[in-house]
Design a protein around this ligand. Sequence first.
Ligand code: AMP
Length: 355
Amino acid sequence: MTEDTISFDDLGLSPELLKAVGDAGYTQPTPIQEKSIPLVLMGRDLLGCAQTGTGKTAAFSLPIIDILSQGRARARMPRALVLSPTRELAQQISENFTTYNKFHELGQAVLIGGESMPDQQRALAKDPDVIIATPGRLIDMFERGKVMLGGVKILVIDEADRMLDMGFIPDVTRIVELLPRIRQTLFFSATLGKEIRALADAFLINPKEVSVAPPASIAQGVTHTMISVPKLPKEKRAALRKVMAGEDVQSALVFCNRKKDISVLRNSLRRHGFEAEELHGDMAQHRRTETLAAYKNGDIKLLVCSDVAGRGLDIQGVSHVFNFDVPNNAESYVHRIGRTGRAGREGRAITLVTS
Ligand code: AMP
């Protein structure tokens, strides 16, 4: 069989899942799905090097659904745990899981910070098979005795490099220590640097390594340029407006490095007739969710944001990314400008550079 003839039918998934996948409109597995799904179904540990946008969520969710549906639910004991660095990514994984779980009856609970504890406790009381969580909230729930982790058979650590950047590794390590030693672990990261490999060594047993798209690569349809601008904030903002006015902006993300600059820039843009909104980690979670939804459905055209929006989010149709500030490292640059040019579309990324 040649690679380009592989279809979902060849991967060993159940007929129900194949139907759910077909209903989702997927005709062919993506490379990470093609490589990972058979291995996960075999029970192997996985070290996956893949970025968001490659279809990695389905690469782990589909086989997990089939594995869990063959076993039995256990009261108060979730059997799969997915750890995500950000709340937004956790919600996105949960949405995907719901799509794929259409013909199965697996229960799920999403445990993320910034949202109501009682609601999440109610979801836990329904004995979910799968928990999708950010590390801090999961530990909090565990300490309150609301969730037991002794029945977890499959652990997914998603975006491990992001966990590392955000300082979550001690929490993740603590959680892993609460899980049974005999389990299957699927570990995903967009990059596989030294530190990430050391973590993988600690969490995985004899893993299969699968890799798609070289780390830190930029979609083909993206043209990225930089423009030299004055350093003085007022003049820099004027320069951004000038750049934006010269572009056919359909939908843009404007990244700032510091949270405090985001509101200033957003208000300034609005004063000058640009309908801009903001998105950053200091906002209440419900506002983050609402703003992101409004941006995704086109009600908001311009979103001034921090790196919270730079990673993991699957937003279609972003025509432009503007870096109001040069990001602090190359990875962030790739993640930010990777928000545009998705799914084979054209995109433009413009970075403002000061002396
Ligand atoms: P992810 O990398 O998991 O965030 O997935 C990125 C996007 O690709 C999501 O919108 C998925 O719904 C979509 N997707 C995943 N697998 C496939 C597939 N085999 N065919 C088409 N779209 C897919």
